[in-house]
Design a binder for this molecule. Structure first.
Ligand code: ATP
Ligand code: MG
Length: 238
């Protein structure tokens, strides 16, 4: 059997002396869609940032298709196939939309930016505008599109729907599903819109204080009101 695209083993990490990820272990299969949920401040962003190499790691392994990348700097991990779309939109303000997209292409031909314009027609309309001239939602689209253009094997999406209009959210989730169905991309999604996350995911992982507190299917979660109340802090999912 081929190695899992991503396997995390006994991972602990934080910022300076503050530990915020505690002994986290999980793995995801090729083409799997994993939703990472949890209340504010529970470590979702820190987990993604740690996988991408942007926090201080205290221990544990991060295996990408079987090889441990935990000692690689974040740029090397990106080249190895980890695509990270951070919660803070990540665009170059002094480059145009199209130049921002070129940065994401790695060694692909420039014509591949058309894939981003198909996914987000709005970016095509704005392609000569500077990153600094975009609205919050447009920056979100640009940051997401740029990472996807790099064809990551593991795509970490931290609240990609934040600030986007409902119709665009639906289109975007459909585009993410198509990416996962192609079998080449494994997607980890953090999302506050729990219903959208559950419709998208094959499996759910809930974090509490830096640890994995619950794992199961979206169906199992929807039936477990105690877990929903305690770990997501919402009175039901509807
Ligand atoms: N740069 C940082 N330096 C120090 N502590 C941090 C830093 N970023 C986050 N933390 C702390 O780490 C913990 C986890 O935060 P994190 O951002 O990972 O949570 P989250 O689950 O993504 O929350 P949210 O749903 O609000 O985005 C929190 O206690 C937070 O205060
Ligand atoms: Mg977060």
């Amino acid at each position: 059997m081929p190695a899992a695209p991503l396997e995390v083993v006994n991972l602990s990490a934080g910022y300076g002396p503050t530990r915020v990820i505690e002994d986290v272990s999980f793995s995801v299969a090729a083409g799997e869609r994993l939703a990472v949920l949890g209340r504010n401040g529970m470590g979702k962003t820190s987990l993604f940032a740690t996988i991408a190499g942007q926090t201080r790691r205290y221990g544990g392994e991060i295996r990408l298709a079987g090889s441990d990348v935990a000692n690689q700097p974040s740029a090397a991990r990106a080249l190895s196939g980890i695509g990270y779309v951070p919660q803070t939109r990540d665009v170059f303000p002094s480059l145009t939309v199209e130049e921002n997209l070129f940065v994401g292409l790695k060694s692909r031909p420039k014509s591949a930016v058309e894939e981003a314009y198909t996914m987000f027609p709005r970016l095509k309309e704005r392609r000569t505008n500077l990153g600094s001239q975009l609205s919050g939602g447009e920056q979100q689209m640009l940051s997401t599109a740029r990472t996807i253009l790099g064809q990551p094997r593991v795509l970490l999406l931290d609240e990609p729907l934040e600030g986007l209009a409902p119709v665009i959210c639906e289109e975007l989730m459909a585009a993410f599903s198509r990416l996962a169905q192609s079998g080449d991309t494994t997607i980890l999604l953090v999302e506050q819109r729990i219903q959208s996350a559950l419709e998208f995911a094959d499996r759910v992982m809930i974090m509490e204080r830096g640890r994995i507190a619950w794992t199961g299917t979206p169906q199992a979660l929807q039936q477990d009101h105690e877990v929903v109340d305690r770990l997501l802090g919402v009175g039901g999912l509807h």
